[in-house]
Design a protein. Structure first.
Length: 257
């Protein structure tokens, strides 16, 4: 047990379970460098057979625990489903008995990720006046504001913070955020989601800017366009509507047909 839970955390768990009258308790555990739980926090209390699972407060490397008052630590189907959700976020999932002297590790604790921060010279090597992108553009124009914006975006990635940037037309905003996003995804093996306000811009990114970056930099990456459900046609609803054409005007009928 002590390989996975510190003595203090075991005492804290026992107290939390006792305070809940032996019912199920959902607990967040923080781990040390050895992936051992050293601090716990009660997030929810339930009945003798169920407890709410709280996802919002968990971070990569944490572990969530709950107890099975019966002493049977075999995970239920619901446990497996919830454990999968936490595991996809880099969060471990443990089950303990009420005495906290037995433990079942459904999802192992994840080692802390080593974040590789972006360096200004990496950005400059791509976007700067002497960078590879400038060499690939015959009509290249030096844009100091573009480079400065890229540095701001890179710093936001490094610090895990939100950056709000306002830049005028002609700044080259798309490359100013695409370049840091590309470098970050490559260095840290993470997906980066880029959301646009207009369909035209998303089409520009996926059909023009990203292919250009791949050709110009030689960096291999994979990008896909993800559209919202409102952009898709439901065949079942379409078939239903097709049987009730009298409910639609002529233009809508033509679209359905």
């Amino acid at each position: 047990m002590f390989d996975y839970l510190s003595p203090d955390s075991i005492d804290q768990l026992r107290y939390a379970i006792k305070e809940a009258d032996g019912n199920e308790v959902f607990i967040l555990g923080q781990t040390d460098a050895e992936r051992r739980i050293v601090q716990v926090e009660v997030l929810a209390r339930g009945s003798e057979s169920a407890v709410p699972a709280i996802l919002q407060t968990c971070s990569y490397g944490d572990v969530v625990l709950h107890n099975h008052p019966s002493g049977n630590l075999q995970p239920s189907a619901a446990d497996i489903e919830v454990a999968s959700q936490f595991g996809s976020l880099g969060v471990g999932f443990y089950i303990v008995n009420n005495r906290v002297d037995d433990l079942y590790r459904v999802v192992e604790a994840f080692a802390e990720k080593n974040i590789e921060k972006l360096k200004p010279e990496q950005i400059d090597a791509l976007l700067g006046p002497d960078g590879v992108i400038a060499a690939k553009l015959p009509d290249y124009e030096d844009r100091p504001e573009q480079l400065r914006m890229a540095f701001v975006v890179a710093d936001a990635f490094n610090q895990g913070q939100v950056a709000v940037v306002e830049a005028g037309t002609g700044t080259g905003k798309s490359l100013a955020y695409l370049v840091p996003a590309l470098l970050w995804a490559r260095a840290n093996q993470e997906r980066v989601v880029i959301s646009t306000r207009t369909i035209n811009l998303q089409e520009q990114l996926i059909r023009k800017d990203l292919p250009f970056l791949q050709r110009a930099t030689g960096i291999e990456f994979y990008a896909v366009l993800v559209k919202g459900r409102s952009n898709y046609f439901c065949r079942r609803r379409g078939e239903t509507a097709g049987r009730e054409l009298g409910l639609f005007d002529q233009k809508q009928v033509e679209e359905l047909q």
